[in-house]
Design a protein around this ligand. Structure first.
Ligand code: GDP
Length: 200
């Protein structure tokens, strides 16, 4: 899929105010600073569709973007940023859980994980929560340019081993780098395939 158009639609913290349209949507979520904005900009081939964060934890909203006039890319707030207050964390959890529980248009979530780090409880817990709530997801490993190919393999193997303690299979995953423009085609082809399947 080639992204011909990418338009910002709306930002809000209330799932009720998300676009009413029934277009399929794909949500991107992960820890603050994982490289989510950079990945979205890479996918859309736009320099600043999603704002890359000067200050992590700043973008605490559900952001809808309309892609090729036929699907929504949803940029969800980054989680796990230490300096966000407890009450902000609670509000965050509430609207994120509401988003995932109520948004019927959601086809799948993409959970972003920095490929350099060992599996983090916050990501593992979040994926468990998605699984328990029947929400399909894939993992997107980010910043792959920071590791050599062999190290990438090792990190993926380690990640798989931890995932298989809870999951029957390793979820679908993608290896990406926004600085090297790596993984974009695979991801877009995957989304395109899901969109086409929905129409069958
Ligand atoms: P967000 O907070 O998840 O939206 O993360 P950003 O996209 O703002 O990126 C956080 C930091 O990681 C920034 O300094 C980016 O330049 C850097 N970054 C993001 N993606 C990549 C990547 O693929 N490779 C490298 N080397 N750095 C990245």
């Amino acid at each position: 899929m080639i992204i011909k158009s990418a338009e910002f639609v709306v930002s809000n913290s209330d799932v009720e105010k998300c676009p009413k349209s029934s277009l399929p949507e794909y949500a991107f979520i992960g820890r603050s600073n994982v490289g989510k904005s950079s990945l979205i900009n890479m996918l859309a081939k736009r320099k600043s569709l999603a704002k890359t964060s000067g200050r992590p934890g700043k973008t605490q909203l559900i952001n809808h973007f309309l892609i090729n006039k036929n699907w929504h890319l949803v940029d969800l707030p980054g989680y796990g940023y230490a300096r966000v207050s407890k009450s902000a964390k609670k509000t965050f959890q509430k609207f994120i859980t509401q988003y995932f529980s109520h948004r019927e248009q959601l086809v799948t979530a993409f959970v972003l994980v920095d490929i350099r780090h060992k599996p983090q409880p916050i990501d593992l817990d979040f994926m468990k929560w998605l699984g328990e709530n029947g929400i399909p997801f894939s993992i997107i490993f980010t910043k792959a340019d920071k590791l050599k190919p062999k190290a990438i393999e090792h990190h993926i193997d380690d990640y798989k081993a931890v995932m298989l303690e809870f999951w029957e299979d390793m979820p679908n995953y993608f290896i990406t780098s926004s600085t090297k423009n790596m993984g974009s085609d695979m991801l877009l082809t995957y989304i395109d395939g899901l969109n086409k399947n929905l129409k069958l």
